[in-house]
Design a protein around this ligand. Structure first.
Ligand SMILES: NC(=O)c1ccc[n+]([C@@H]2O[C@H](COP(=O)([O-])OP(=O)(O)OC[C@H]3O[C@@H](n4cnc5c(N)ncnc54)[C@H](OP(=O)(O)O)[C@@H]3O)[C@@H](O)[C@H]2O)c1
Length: 216
């Protein structure tokens, strides 16, 4: 059965973005350290239209995470970093340029309605204003028998975890401290959200990729 799954890079102190995210620092101050392992590998670079990169266990992890993926759901902050009306958002078409790396339908949860935004390479951003369940229904319909990913950020992940809708998480544990920022596992009832550890993949860069099944 198709799954709802998530991949996120997290610091040792539990943050998925550093303090003070901005146009200059979309991942917050120091947050880019979370993704150095991915930037360096062939599988990530290929999806972003870049050449080169290492073919190593980290690259295999990226390959595996995008395999059989038919749609992605993300929050408006991950999409553009903006707030309020789209007219006042300096990054209203997202971070990724004309050919975003998703290559499938992407559903952006927002309180601000707007028409779908088709991009090159098979990515269309559809803006969903009627909540996480509606976004999931649309994403599942678009994905067919493939999996749906929650792209982030933390706010969205917390909503899908709290609603018991997420099937699997893969956390890329990065051995750095950010000292503050956006915690992944906030605003959750520890008695209601439980996990079972799945496969663990170590990497030459010191990152540990751990899958967790969400117990229903
Ligand atoms: N480490 C990683 O792997 C990773 C991965 C992805 C993202 N990130 C980082 O995470 C940060 C963003 O995460 P975040 O937690 O701040 O925000 P987020 O989850 O990306 O987006 C939150 C925003 O989405 C909209 N939204 C959320 N739930 C909604 C609902 N039920 N109905 C309607 N709209 C809804 C709201 O925007 P509006 O009210 O403005 O419409 C809300 O402010 C960024 O810094 C990003 O770089 C890190």
């Amino acid at each position: 059965m198709a799954m709802l799954r998530l991949d996120m890079s997290m610091s040792l102190d539990g943050y998925v973005a550093g303090p003070n995210p901005s146009m200059e620092h979309p991942l917050g101050e120091g947050g880019e350290q979370l993704h150095q392992w991915a930037f360096a590998v062939a599988a990530w670079r290929e999806r972003h239209g870049l050449s080169g990169g290492d073919r190593n266990p980290d690259s295999e992890v990226v390959d595996e995470s995008v395999r059989d993926l038919g749609a992605t759901i993300m929050g408006r902050s991950m999409f553009s970093g903006g707030h309020g009306s789209w007219a006042s958002d300096p990054n209203a078409n997202g971070w990724w340029g004309d050919d975003p790396p998703f290559h499938h339908p992407v559903f952006v949860l927002t309180h601000h309605a707007r028409a779908p935004l088709p991009m090159q390479g098979g990515t269309t951003f559809t803006f969903v204003t009627d909540g996480p369940l509606a976004a999931l229904e649309q994403a599942r319909a678009a994905a067919g028998d493939k999996d749906v990913a929650i792209g982030g950020g933390a706010n969205l992940v917390q909503q899908y975890l709290a609603a018991g809708l997420l099937d699997e998480l893969q956390i890329h544990h990065v051995p750095v401290l950010l000292g503050g920022g956006t915690p992944l596992f906030a605003n959750l009832d520890p008695g209601k959200v439980r996990f079972e550890r799945g496969r663990v993949a170590e990497s030459p860069t010191g990152v540990v990729h751990v899958k967790y099944r969400v117990l229903k």
